[in-house]
Ligand binder design. Structure first.
Ligand code: FES
Length: 263
């Protein structure tokens, strides 16, 4: 599988330098974003605990964690840029290059791979980049952030093996996929449609999901509270209930660690 970018379909996103380098942080993040950042920080007894949702907030603005985003988080939390970068580059949900309107994540871990996940990924890579130069991991077809642009990635187990092979669009599940169904789904995204996920919340886009992951739902809390379990997922719990199996009870007096006072 090629990891090289296909400039004709990707808009050169793979090697584009960070457009925010040298840009004042205040020019990128509005007062509304700063207010949201303060609200996030207020949720935690220790301000620095807010870094993960703050990085999602940053991603909701630019579709990735830019250098300006790193500086913004560092300023808000009194951390060094190196400390923020260390976290942003550790977790794969934080993207260091601009993403498409939609992020398509194909599980290629053991069970999905055995049931066709690798083939789904290869087929989508060829659909989005062409047979000669299939799209590589975390590369984007189309100009990042514009309608119909799609970033493709392969991911490890999505904890949905009972529906293998699965993929996600902006972290919403599409279960029991085939190469054909996956291509139809991506074609619909490219046309500007938002097909319903198999379960969970309705589809939005990558930036909007960043806002949700930062804890802002814009009055659509009920959407993300939707049921996502299914008979396949619950079968173990039902079996345990039938057999009377239970987990050991938590002691009432389990000691909690001391938390330093918030500064
Ligand atoms: S291996 Fe794909 S969801 Fe677990």
């Amino acid at each position: 599988m090629s990891e090289s970018p296909n400039e004709s379909t990707m808009g050169g996103s793979a090697h584009r330098p960070d457009a925010t380098v040298g840009t004042a942080v205040s020019a990128v993040f509005s007062s509304d974003v700063r207010t949201k950042a303060k609200q996030i920080i207020a949720r935690y007894p220790v301000a620095q605990s807010a870094l993960l949702p703050l990085l999602h907030l940053v991603q909701s603005v630019e579709g990735y964690v830019s250098q300006a985003g790193i500086e913004f988080c560092a300023e808000q939390l009194d951390l060094s840029k190196a400390e923020v970068s260390a976290v942003a580059t550790f977790y794969t949900m934080y993207k260091r290059r601009p993403c498409g309107e939609h992020l398509v994540s194909v599980c290629t871990n053991t069970l999905c791979a055995a049931l066709g996940g690798e083939k789904i990924y290869r087929t989508l890579a060829e659909h989005l980049g062409g047979e000669e130069r299939p799209l590589g991991h975390e590369e984007t077809a189309g100009e990042p952030g514009t309608p119909g642009s799609v970033t493709l990635e392969h991911v490890e187990c999505l904890a949905a093996c009972d529906f293998a092979p699965v993929l996600q669009v902006n972290y919403e599940f599409f279960d029991k996929q085939t190469p054909e169904s996956a291509v139809e789904l991506v074609k619909a995204l490219q046309r500007g449609e938002r097909p319903n996920p198999t379960r969970g919340a309705p589809l939005t886009d990558f930036k909007q999901v960043g806002l949700q992951l930062a804890g802002f739902f814009g009055g659509r809390e009920s959407d993300v509270d939707g049921p996502s379990a299914s008979p396949e997922t619950l079968r173990g719990a039902w079996l345990a209930q039938e057999q009377g199996w239970t987990a050991p009870a938590m002691p009432d007096d389990a000691p909690l660690p001391d938390v330093p006072e918030k500064k």
